[in-house]
Design a protein around this ligand. Structure first.
Ligand SMILES: Cc1cc2nc3c(=O)[nH]c(=O)nc-3n(C[C@H](O)[C@H](O)[C@H](O)COP(=O)(O)O)c2cc1C
Length: 321
């Protein structure tokens, strides 16, 4: 409150602010403060760190986090032996909690196999090839690297789609499968993509999104990428979903491109009330955070893209001792 009073005083003192501006800015400030408080309340509800996993997704996240520690232990240069005593205790408790759900999360089976592998490792020294497999060998030949670089260099956001060319669902599914290979913190895999192809739904989403003016009508498929918030726990992970969601979104774009599909990421930098409206239009769960919307289709023959100059290498990176 004192912050707001100070803000108003500062604005009143400013020669640039007319009373009407002061009221507008004050109103914006109040709206922001209310929305931030609501977001924090929701974050706390969905991801409290006291180990109380009332939601299935919360429990799923905690089970994955625990068994992933076991996996990591076996992928170290020299796996310790014995190791994982504490994490075993925790995982056993979490699996018992999971058993109370009529339809336990899918991570239960992976948790069990990790526990069995841990016990076997601690007693015999064996490394379980399911829990810690050898990586697939890299394909030899320069072709693959060249193709990958070409994929990076050729990609551009497309804002001029051929509305008459349908988008193959198999290609969309393949792109999602590829994006699903993305890394995520302790392999939490929190992502979901909803695809929309009816004119009505696309219109409703893009009306709320407001970043596709001039090309929204021609977008064949609109996707909404979201992340399950309850899979992250406590203050330390309070922004994690945005990282995971960003990595996945980019990989979905690569996956689409690999399937011959063009796309344009469309920001979801929105107020809570707009997200609520999107939930009611799309049926998105309350516990999912919206990362970004994506317009997908085949670029119209002869379409143009933006120049979008890049930062120089010197700006992008430095090498320090
Ligand atoms: C998170 C995110 C949100 C974006 N939102 C929009 C948008 O709302 N509308 C739009 O036309 N482009 C949007 N873009 C596309 C950017 O303008 C574009 O990626 C950038 O200018 C670089 O151009 P390029 O993608 O062609 O390389 C967005 C990009 C990102 C990564």
């Amino acid at each position: 409150m004192t912050g707001m009073v100070a803000l108003v005083k500062r604005l009143m003192a400013s020669r640039l602010s007319r009373p009407v501006d002061v009221v507008r800015i004050y109103r914006e400030h109040l709206l922001d403060a209310t929305a931030y408080a609501a977001s924090s309340r929701r974050d706390l509800q969905l991801s409290r760190s006291d180990g109380y996993a009332s939601r299935k997704a919360q429990l799923d996240g905690q089970i994955i986090r625990a068994y992933h520690q076991i996996e990591k232990g076996m992928a170290l240069p020299t796996p310790r032996r014995p190791y994982g005593i504490k994490v075993k205790e925790r995982l056993v408790k979490l699996l018992a909690l999971a058993a109370e759900f009529p339809d336990p999360p899918a991570s239960v089976a992976d948790g069990r196999s990790a526990l069995a592998a841990l016990d076997n490792h601690n007693s015999t020294g064996a490394i379980d090839s399911t829990v810690a497999p050898l990586p697939q060998p890299a394909p030899d030949g320069a072709d693959d690297a060249a193709r990958l670089m070409e994929l990076f260099e050729r990609r551009h956001s497309v804002r001029d789609f051929d509305a008459s060319r349908p988008v193959d669902r198999t290609a969309l599914k393949k792109a999602v499968e590829l994006a699903g290979m993305s890394p995520s913190v302790c392999n939490r895999k929190p992502w979901h993509v909803s695809f929309f192809d009816s004119t009505e739904s696309k219109k409703a989403i893009l009306r709320l999104q407001r970043g596709a003016s001039g090309f929204g009508d021609g977008i064949p498929v609109v996707a909404v990428i979201s992340v399950e918030r309850s899979l992250f726990t406590g203050e330390g992970e309070r922004f994690q979903e945005w990282i995971e969601g960003g990595i996945f979104a980019m990989n979905l774009v690569w996956g689409l491109q690999a399937q011959g599909l063009d796309s344009c990421l469309l920001n979801w930098s929105k107020r809570n009330r707009e997200t609520r409206a999107l939930r009611s239009v799309t049926g998105l769960s309350d516990s999912h955070d919206v990362i970004v919307v994506v317009g997908i289709g085949h670029g119209r023959a002869g379409h143009r893209v933006t120049r979008s100059p890049r930062r120089t290498l010197d700006e992008l990176c430095t090498f320090e001792n």
